[in-house]
Design a protein around this ligand. Structure first.
Ligand SMILES: CC(=O)N[C@@H]([C@@H](O)[C@H](O)[C@H](O)CO)[C@@H](O)CC(=O)C(=O)O
Length: 399
């Protein structure tokens, strides 16, 4: 620190927020590249700029305050607690404290509706208990399965509230998908989720003025991430619906470099080769969630062990058994279980569109009343529901 003399105990450093300016040093002390000219500090220049690594303050300089900042009249308090608080505040401004721990199976929950298409909030606590008892630790609210693209913002917020409330007793990690609306609403939803206690966010891309390249997509996700800077934010790659077909390994690399709270992607694609490339591009604190239920076993063999799939609502234990078999290198078992799951899915898909058939299947398998799909989608006919039930019985999935 040659430009600034050691002044006093560490203060609330007033640096521009952002990872390019602030650096956490030795875990609890702070520096600022606006003030700290690393080129004038040969030891740090070699370690940080040339070799790569953490900046270390020179001996006797810790903690300190920069000369260009306001002087405090009172003698600064020199307590460890205060120093830690300052480090936390500064790190949070820099986005360095955002941690994302959700892993494994994350069912994208249905939005339960009454027969008149109003939202059936009363069912949500029992739904959360059902998933928790099946070993589920996290859920996605507002995804394709949750049909939030068909709901208004006020209803979306109320559904978020209901799920966040269940987390108080279940401990579920609540991830919320905030995309699929005009940007102003997406940003409003993102900051609402942060304020109301959601645990992480997922966002679709802009769906009308679609991004044409990696930079445009990064800049959209960055806007969402800035609206909820303390939450982990993931990108929802689902080209079959969004029609945004941008190379995901390139996007992940650029997003990681530009967005401090960017923590991974939901990868709804059958292209496991691209998925494996994404996995390689991610850092340890980021995750890829597969969104292709019939490929759970092969994806897990490639190292993609987390997944957001509609059918984890219906068959959470079967899906977990597949992941466990892969973990134990029991390939034959993983394959047999994947076959069973795929047949159970096909028992539905012959009867119509994804969400209507899966809502019917959810009621058959779990007894949770998720009701009809949101308009403009329509429920399947009673005879189709009966056929699904018969097929699941023949597969011995239900009694
Ligand atoms: C379009 C769609 O609903 N995709 C499903 C998958 O579960 C997919 O339907 C399934 O893998 C087809 O086998 C998930 O990706 C759902 C999902 O993540 C979501 O509801 O947001």
């Amino acid at each position: 620190m040659q430009d600034h003399k050691d002044q006093a105990a560490a203060q609330d450093l007033e640096c521009q927020p952002g990872p390019s300016f602030c650096t956490v040093l030795q875990n609890i002390t702070n520096s600022c590249t606006q003030h700290h000219k690393v080129e004038n500090d040969m030891e740090n220049y070699v370690k940080y700029k040339l070799v790569g690594g953490k900046l270390k303050l020179k001996k006797g300089v810790v903690p300190h305050r920069f000369a260009c900042q306001k002087q405090s009249v009172e003698k600064p308090e020199r307590s460890v607690v205060k120093t830690l608080k300052i480090a936390k505040l500064t790190a949070s401004r820099c986005g360095l404290r955002v941690v994302f721990k959700a892993r494994g199976l994350m069912p994208p929950v249905f939005t339960p509706l009454n027969d008149d298409y109003t939202i059936n909030y009363e069912v949500i606590p029992a739904y959360a208990d059902y998933l928790t008892k099946a070993g589920i630790k996290s859920v996605l609210v507002g995804g394709t399965t949750g049909e939030h693209m068909s709901l208004n913002v006020a209803d979306r917020k109320k559904v978020v509230d209901a799920w966040v409330k269940t987390a108080k007793t279940t401990g579920l990690h609540i991830q919320v998908q905030v995309g699929g609306a005009p940007l102003a609403d997406v940003l409003d939803l993102a900051s609402y989720c942060e304020k109301e206690g959601a645990d992480s966010l997922l966002t679709l891309p802009e769906l009308y003025f679609r991004p044409q390249n990696v930079n445009e997509l990064v800049s959209y996700v960055e806007l969402v991430a800035k609206a909820a800077p303390n939450l982990p934010v993931l990108y929802y790659h689902i080209p079959s619906m969004s029609k945004v077909e941008i190379n995901m390994p390139a996007f992940v690399t650029a997003a990681t470099a530009h967005i401090p709270n960017f923590k991974g992607i939901k990868f709804t694609s059958n292209d496991l080769s691209e998925g494996a490339q994404v996995l390689r591009a991610l850092k340890d604190d980021q995750e890829i969630f597969l969104g292709a239920d019939t490929l759970l076993a092969p994806a897990a063999l490639l190292g993609i062990k987390s997944s957001i799939g509609t059918t984890w609502n219906l068959f959470p234990r079967l899906a977990q058994d597949i992941l466990d078999a892969v973990e134990k290198n029991d390939v034959a078992k993983a394959r047999a279980l994947q076959e069973k799951l795929s047949l159970a899915i096909e028992a539905h898909t012959v009867e119509g569109a994804w969400v209507p058939i899966m809502k019917a299947g959810m009621e058959i398998v779990s007894g949770i009343k998720v009701g009809p799909p949101s308009l403009p989608q329509r429920p399947i006919a009673e005879e189709a529901r009966k056929r699904i039930e018969d097929r699941l019985r023949n597969l011995r999935i239900i009694n």
